[in-house]
Design a protein. Sequence first.
Length: 182
Amino acid sequence: MSHLTGKTVAFLVTDGFEDSELTSPWEAVTSHGAQARLVSPAGDSVTGKNGHHQSVDVDSSVANAAEFDALVLPGGVVNADHLRMDAASCGFARDFFEQHKPVGVICHGAWTLIEANVVDGRTLTSYPSLQTDLRNAGANWVDEEVVVDQGLVSSRTPDDLPAFNDKLVEEIGEGRHEGQTA
């Protein structure tokens, strides 16, 4: 039995996500026993920028963070730009912080967290072009492979996925973090 058995992880994406930033963390959490579920405002299925198709399990307009143990926000410019404009998706992400649950974010996924108003005072990394956006939202942006701040795991690009996945699995295994707040 793996240390994530019995945990359910939400992956929040829409069309245009960075394929590897969905598939690699998905494989990491499920290989450790967690159940992964795809949440999206896009309808019945989503397509990554490189053509990966994935069925949607829950529409973001009815998704409830209380039913999940953690959240992962893959990147992709189009994906992140559309998610940050969707109030239900931003609210869903914010609820994980209010419930002190682990959140993993990579690349451009941090745009959703900016819009959810949960990065002020937090240390994280992202794709380098987001550093000014994150700093303007009150975050301490650093250029590191992976950053962990009270249950918030962040990385820059697909090159960082091995380190991101390791820390993501670790933080989900630890569970709630009191410092993980909105």
